[in-house]
Design a protein. Sequence first.
Length: 192
Amino acid sequence: MLNIILIGPPGSGKGTQAKQISTKYNLKHLSTGDILRNEVKNQTPLGLQAKSIMDKGELVSDEIVIGMIKNFIDNATGANGFLYDGFPRTVAQAEALNKMLQQKDMLVNAIIFMDAPEKVFIERMQKRAEIEGRTDDADINVIRKRLVEYYEKTFPVKEYYEKYFTNAFHTINANQEVENVFNDICKVINNL
Ligand code: AP5
Ligand code: MG
């Protein structure tokens, strides 16, 4: 079973790439953002709790997110592994994932860091606001807050993997055409 993590700032293209990669390699696509948005849409107790946090551009609690992922790992069948998109986003989440995988005799096989200048992400999110209507894309202040959360809490996750999973860590230039980013990610996965 493969466990591949896509990590990068909001708007770096994690979701776009995850859809194509998970199809090509038959991986279960685990997007914590999509799962949470689905809960919001269905107005579940979790969704009602998460909505105000997401609309502010802040991170939902580690406890909630780790519980969601555990549920998916425990119940997944029929795939070649998992592709994590938007998780782990804190060092506590990364450590919890290590533990969950160890219990199942698995490990993180690759961490793919989506790198590009900040300006590119902001423009993509503003464009997406018009297309998809995501509430957290509509307000530049919320976009900025998401970036602050990223630099404070998620960038240390990138550093954590770079330090402790050096051989599994790969940086991809996310500032290219979707197809070229996809090809670069495939090269990494084909070598696993
Ligand atoms: P989440 O849904 O994970 O959002 P995010 O990290 O802010 O990332 P995005 O989904 O905005 O961007 P992306 O990298 O997927 O880019 P995309 O492919 O869409 O999280 C949302 C919220 O949920 C969080 O703020 C938090 O509250 C909560 N949450 C989620 N996970 C959590 C966790 N683990 N812990 C705590 N809280 C959590 O691309 C962006 C746009 O650019 C699209 O329009 C796309 O078409 C376009 N595009 C993509 N690639 C290219 C390219 N190469 N060239 C040109 N355009 C491109
Ligand atoms: Mg996404």
